[in-house]
Design a binder for this molecule. Sequence first.
Ligand code: GLC
Length: 559
Amino acid sequence: MRKIETGDLWWKNAVFYCADVETFYDWNGDGCGDIRGMTERIEYLADLGITCLWLMPFYPTSRRDDGYDITDFFGVETRLGTLGDFVELVRTARSNGIRVIIDFVMNHTSDAHPWFKSARRSVDDPYRDYYVWTDTEPPDTSADVVFPDQEDSLWEHDPKTGQWYLHHFYKHQPDLNIANPAVQEEISRTLGFWLQLGISGFRVDAVPFLFARDGAPGDPGAFDPYEYLGDVRNFVTRRLGDAVLLGEVNVEYEDQKSFFGGPDGDGLNMQFDFIGMQRMYLSLARGDAGPLADALRERPALDITSQWATFVRNHDELTLDKLSDAERQEVFDAFGPDSEMQLYGRGLRRRLPAMLGGDERRMRMVYSLAFSLPGTPVLFYGEEIGMAENLDIAGRLSVRSPMQWTAGANGGFSTAPARRLTRPLPAGLYGPERVNAADQRHDHQSFWWFIRDLIYTYRQQPEIGWSTPEILDQPHAAVLAHVCREPSGWAMVGLHNFGAEGRLVPLELPDVAPGSVLVDLLDGRGEFPLDDRGRIEMQLDAYGYRWLRVLRPDEPPII
Ligand code: GLC
């Protein structure tokens, strides 16, 4: 029986796909991806089976942080298209069953934003209080900067007025003063504007900086950032009842709790599981499921109206900041030993296939795991074909090379001369001649078809997104055995082998109805009866993975 809230809380079992307009598909042949190109490729995304497209920033920008440095919250960067193109994209997506969410970046503006240009003119400027200023020389904040290769302070001295302004990220991204009611008005106006154009919600950038406001000086007065987060959520929900706020909150699990909302609508609906992601890489490096199993045991249980977003890779450095120094070093040693593969001393600038030396068994195991965990999976463009990074591109942008569509020139991304492309494509083992969407779509054994099957299997079991995980004890350190359970009695066992040896995995599910069988959802729907105490032994290959639905005798067969 389907839940009544399934439609309203569509994001509980959606499949998200993050793409950057600039690097997806170039429709007009100028070397830069554009919104019309994205629209052209909606059919591809619909066929892949994703249900929600997350667009990275496409606003007018000073282009110093790949669009996260915005100069106008109400527009579209000219190179990428127009607002008209945007509305057509949203409508085309929607008619193909795909919702669109967009990046919401109001922790800061670009220093070229008209508000900041005005604000820095004088201490009495009407926009002065849109930003955060201090008169006195700030203390040493070099340990707190987000980008230590470029910045050494959270404050920048502005010679014109002799004050310092706050910037958690680059100095060209001054932080907005969200305690200021005028800024709050601007935030509401911006959220309202884009909702009116048909989107389904926002990926909220840099939430702990935006809402927790650590480091902001002066008397915050009566301003309570969490209460304000609730106000934002309420505003968004009033404008669009089923809108989603998916937040970037890379803090410890305990601290994530205060950013989630509940039935009263007082916070984010979803947060990325950064801790689970980092521990997953440690498990991979060790060939030991233990670190991930511990994370899943520690992960806070959520209210039914909240959700974890599970991901393997995002658009930034693959951050390992929440591991200990020794653990991080283990992951570096295994997957990014050269200093050019590392970034900021805390992360890797590689994509998974290259990290695993192209071992498709391990790649498949990792994505099977990501889709089988209670939560909502989020893919980053190109993951579905096993794209790697291009280390020739500086910094975090190494993983934002153009999408590889065909084996032809520029990987089919653009007809422009290669020198005019937004960014260069990788050559060699992971170049478009060997890794591209067109070839894989025509080969049913390909990685693309594997991901597509995972997506459809996930969508056929919407309960996964509504379930809670439980780790099953078993004797092999390399094997993660977890059960997803849902209050209706639905249950599914996931088996994932981080080790290079096949294993016989003993399972015991004492609380299932007598006569239940395990149905293999990924491999031919084979059925395996449990004994009268709910026990069975299942074979798991080297780096193997299985999704085993517990089918009670009173349930209809799985079709
Ligand atoms: C977020 C984005 C990152 C960006 C930063 C500043 O962390 O993911 O790409 O540079 O915010 O906006």
